[in-house]
Design a protein. Sequence first.
Length: 192
Amino acid sequence: MPYPSQILQRNIREKLERRFLNVLKGALADRILNLPENQPLIKHERQMRMEPIYSPTCDVAVGPFSFREGSLNEIYNKLTKLDQIRGFIDDLQRRGLGSGYNTALLDLNKNPRCFIAVEVENTTARDVKHLLGSIINCSFLGKIGIVIVFDEYLKYAQRLLEYLAFVKRVKKTEKSLFRNVFVVSKSSMHAC
């Protein structure tokens, strides 16, 4: 029997497929779509490993994928301007905890591995270090990162986001750190 987080991962993947698969296929050139790493275009985490070095993974990832030398950043920037994706980003901005994505900071991650990286946090959200790791993974792997926290653990996510805001305010790190990541509740994500 699958765990609640596994069910949510599957539901999120299916939702992203319904919402974006045809949009992405229509917007991407065949030369990008036909690359082996883009088969399939929306993946489970085990399908994102880049051998032979360690590579972080996320629960769900939306391509196109960039597992080779070079960057697809220009393609990702064009995708963020598509109406359907722009609407999704605006909706996440409204529903997210903390600051989240900012179009002025569109170019934060200049060499992401995928277009959208999603992490689902269930009971491990109480472990703030694990939650921080999910935020880091989404920020580094995706042009757009989404961390979904089960509603009963939102207070832990809120405390972590408050701490990250403090760290930025006292200049211990760059203000732009993690600005490409949305942290949203499970119920908010269902509404997107």
